[in-house]
Structure formats: structure tokens, C-alpha cells
Design a protein around this ligand. Structure first.
Ligand SMILES: [Zn+2]
Length: 362
């Protein structure tokens, strides 16, 4: 237990521990950085360290207060799940109860004004069970605009016994007035070696699957942990078949093949988020093709299990061919994700995706 168990982002951990050891934890903090690197996890660790009976700038996970903190987090999670299931939107934020350690997350697309009103009301009251109250506001960029000024007022006149930790992917999504009130702790993508070691320890993946997972994760431990090789393969297959056909049969029918690949990708996706993920796999293949064509280094290749095939396809497509495929994918992406008429998307695709014959030999 303790900060030792946190993986990656050593500089963020060090700055948090330094605050604790020096006894100068600011009243308002902002944890920002990419998704899936442990921002919320570290915020919760900091919260525990602030209340742990053993103190010493760390938390034990065993004392009464550490265990109480876990109970509070579990209750908050259950409460949130229950609220998300409530059909009538007006009732979702009814009767909120905040613990001394409270996670505040979006109930709908937003963190609702009522959630921030409650925070403000509670923040100035004495904590019940802990020496202080800690509010972790996750996805702070989703705070409803009606509540931003309320939060700002609290941050401007911080209650003595409350600590606020705002968590968000990009601090520039927050209003400058909010940002400037908080001490920043920045997170970076996690090193591949660390992701590999987490996977080697915690997952059932084979070494080859771990290599692929670590690359697809692109610095996100959460993404690496949830990587499903079979599902990834299923989604990638239409693109692989498409590239195989285009590279081996030449330019004739590229548009038809891309259309087929795209329709297959759409067929695999049950919702828009899925489709976006599937299209990203298409992009990852194109950027791998380009990288391998320009530079023999493989350390930035995502689809590591396909390197020999990518090396074969690249020269056949040429730089222009790859660029054309990318612009075809761009068109499809814009039209599909921004949801314009799909037929229109395919017609444009047929024009955009057709590589010029002379460029294929480039
Ligand atoms: Zn403890």
C-alpha cells in the first residue's frame, strides 16, 4: 500500500509527496494530463494520505481512517450508479449526501449545478469523521456552466478544513479563473516499459499480445489493462483485408474496397463511440505504413504484430497512395462521426480514395 504502489508519472507522485511532507498541501489542486494514467487514483491516494492515522506523508490502507475512506468511496460510487439510472432528469441530483471524502463526477453529461451547490454548502461545515474534508472533482471540465461561478466563489474563499482536487484531461478546458486558483500537478503518458511490466504482472496476455497492447495503449495504463486482443483483431480485420487487396491488386477498385472496409467497420460498431474507435484502428495502420516507409525504426509502430506485412504493403502504395487513403478516411470520419448523410460520405470517398496511378510507383 501507499504511494509506492502507484505506477508511472514519478514526477507527479514526487510533487504530491513533497507537499505532504512539508505540510503544505494547497487548498485547491488541479490534476491534469492524458486519460488513463491514474490522475484520479493519485488524487484518492493524496486524500487518504491527508487523513491516514499513521501520517508521515503516505497512507497505510489499514488504519480505521484509511478503511473508512474506502467505504466512503464505495458508497459514493454506488450512489452515483443509482442516480444515473433515474429516468427523470430533475430527480437525479435530489437529496445528495456528501461524505468527508467525496468524489464528484458527472451524473449526466455534466456535473450538475446541484452537485456544486451541495459542495459549496458542505465545504464550509465541519468534517464529521476526518480532520478535513476532501472533494475530488473528476472530469472537472464537465461542470455545468451554471455552476462554474459557484465553484469559483468557493475556490476564492477556501474553507480552512476542505481540500479540493480538480481532475481533468486538459487544464485549458477549464476557465482561466478556475485554473489560476489551483496548484497544478501535470501527468504525462506512462512509459511503455512501465505499461509492459504492469501487463506482465497483472494480465493473462501472451508476450506478443502484451507488445501490441502496450503500443495500442499509447501511454494509458487503463487502456492497456482493458485491451482485448480478440476484439481488437476483429475490428482491425476489415482494414487489414482492405490494405491487402489494395496493395496486391493495385489501384483498380480502391474506392470500392475502401467502401467495403468502411461498411464492415461500421457493421462492427454498435454505436458512434465504437465506430470512432474502429476508425482509429484504420488510422493507426496508415500511420504505421507511413512510418515504416520513411524510417526503418519500429519503436513507434502500433500494429507491431503486422510489421512484415506493413513493410510489404508500404512501397506498393507509396507516399501518395497512403496520403490518398488517409484523406479518404478523413472524409469518412468527418461525415460519419459528425453524422452527415452516410451515402454522401461514400460518394466522396470514391473520389478521394482513388490513388493516382502514377503515384503508386513512388
Ligand atoms: Zn492509514
Amino acid at each position: 500500500m501507499g504511494f509506492e504502489s502507484f505506477q508511472g508519472n514519478p514526477q507527479a507522485v514526487a510533487s504530491v509527496r513533497e507537499m505532504l511532507v512539508s505540510g503544505r498541501v494547497p487548498g485547491s489542486l488541479l490534476f491534469s494530463g492524458p486519460e488513463g494514467v491514474g490522475k484520479k487514483t493519485l488524487a484518492i491516494m493524496l486524500a487518504k494520505a491527508l487523513v491516514c492515522e499513521r501520517g508521515g506523508g503516505d497512507f497505510c490502507g489499514e488504519c480505521a481512517r484509511c478503511r473508512k475512506a474506502d467505504q466512503m468511496l464505495t458508497s459514493a460510487r454506488e450512489d452515483l450508479a443509482r442516480r444515473r439510472d433515474i429516468k427523470e432528469s430533475a430527480r437525479r441530483a435530489e437529496g445528495l449526501i456528501y461524505f468527508d471524502l467525496q468524489i464528484i463526477e458527472p451524473i449526466t453529461k455534466f456535473i450538475l449545478a446541484e452537485q456544486i451547490r451541495k459542495l459549496r454548502a458542505v465545504a464550509y461545515t465541519r468534517p464529521f469523521e476526518f480532520p478535513r474534508r476532501i472533494f475530488v472533482v473528476d472530469e472537472a471540465q464537465t461542470i455545468h456552466w451554471q455552476a462554474i461561478d459557484l465553484l469559483l466563489k468557493v475556490l476564492e474563499e477556501p474553507p480552512e478544513t476542505s481540500t479540493f482536487i480538480l481532475v481533468c484531461p486538459n487544464s485549458f478546458e477549464l476557465r482561466p479563473t478556475i485554473r489560476s486558483r489551483c496548484t497544478r500537478v501535470s501527468f504525462r503518458p506512462v512509459d511503455e516499459a512501465i505499461i509492459q511490466s504492469v501487463l506482465a504482472r497483472d494480465s493473462k496476455l501472451t508476450p506478443a499480445q502484451r507488445d501490441l497492447s502496450a503500443r495500442v495503449a499509447a501511454g494509458s495504463i487503463a487502456r492497456a489493462r482493458s485491451f482485448d486482443p480478440a476484439e481488437f483483431d476483429r475490428r482491425r480485420q476489415p482494414w487489414v483485408e482492405f490494405l491487402e487487396a489494395v496493395a496486391d491488386r493495385g489501384a483498380a477498385g480502391v474506392a470500392g474496397n475502401l467502401r467495403q472496409a468502411f461498411e464492415a467497420a461500421r457493421g462492427l460498431a454498435e454505436n458512434r463511440g465504437d465506430l470512432e474507435g474502429t476508425l482509429h484502428i484504420g488510422y493507426s495502420l496508415l500511420s504505421d505504413l507511413l512510418r515504416l516507409l520513411l524510417d526503418q525504426a519500429t519503436d513507434k509502430i502500433t500494429n507491431v504484430d503486422l510489421i512484415s506485412r506493413l513493410r510489404r504493403w508500404g512501397p506498393k502504395l507509396g507516399l501518395e497512395g497512403i496520403a490518398r487513403l488517409k484523406s479518404g478516411l478523413d472524409q469518412a470520419y468527418r461525415l460519419q462521426i459528425r453524422n452527415v448523410n452516410p451515402q454522401l460520405g461514400f460518394e466522396t470517398l470514391a473520389i478521394e480514395a482513388n490513388p493516382l496511378p502514377e503515384t503508386r510507383s513512388a
